[in-house]
Design a protein around this ligand. Structure first.
Ligand SMILES: Cc1cc2nc3c(=O)[nH]c(=O)nc-3n(C[C@H](O)[C@H](O)[C@H](O)COP(=O)(O)O)c2cc1C
Length: 195
């Protein structure tokens, strides 16, 4: 006959509250590592709220089963006006699985350093991207990225400096500027916890 034991009730409640609230996958597409840095920061924000987070490059998508996760976040940077082809393939392959759970997408680019280009409604790359894909992310964000001339090859440096000259940004070939608003990343992390 089962014996009433209040301690076992307390310990099972304790176990419940210490188990992760959600199992979340964050997928990133990066060239110079800045989107991965944003995703790592997001991971620590989301884990603070007792969630379990897996961080993965979009290039490793075949190593994971998306259906194992409660929520999925995809973050990708812009290079010469576009997100990488792997981002498009990922979305094409997984849009049913993405649609079946809470999800979010964010874009990282330098145009978003401008006040009037830093929202999903005003960022030209994000607006164009959302028209190109059939997936409708349930939450969308945009973050300003990082400029770091020392990382770029000769031609990339020349072209980005020209773009910066036209858009009144830094042209010093030694310039390294992180435009990301980390408060906004915190805000997005909180949104992912709640979505
Ligand atoms: C070769 C190259 C091309 C880029 N093209 C664009 C662009 O067309 N528009 C833009 O806003 N930012 C552009 N950027 C800026 C990147 O989006 C920004 O540096 C971002 O932080 C890169 O993130 P990642 O390190 O995750 O790839 C470009 C950067 C490089 C190096």
């Amino acid at each position: 006959m089962p014996v009433y034991n209040p301690e076992s009730i307390i310990s099972s409640r304790h176990l419940k509250s210490s188990s992760p609230m959600s199992n979340i996958l964050i997928v990133y597409s990066t060239t110079d590592g800045h989107t991965k840095k944003i995703c790592s920061h997001l991971k620590s924000i989301i884990e603070r709220e007792d969630n379990q987070v897996t961080l993965m490059s979009v290039e490793d998508e075949n190593k994971i089963d998306l259906n194992m996760f409660d929520k999925v976040v995809l973050g990708a940077s812009i290079r010469y006006g576009k997100h990488s082809p792997e981002v498009y393939s990922f979305i094409k392959k997984y849009s049913p699985a993405l649609d079946a759970r809470p999800n979010a997408f964010f874009s990282v680019n330098l145009v978003a350093r401008k006040e009037d280009r830093n929202t999903p409604e005003t960022n030209p790359y994000l607006k164009k991207f959302l028209k190109e894909i059939s997936w409708r992310p349930k939450n969308v964000y945009v973050f300003a990225g990082k400029l770091d001339y020392k990382l770029y090859n000769f031609w990339d440096r020349m072209i980005i400096r020209m773009i910066m000259m036209i858009t009144k940004g830094p042209t010093d070939p030694e310039a390294e500027v992180e435009y990301t608003n980390w408060k906004q990343v915190e805000e997005f992390g909180q949104l992912v916890c709640k979505m």
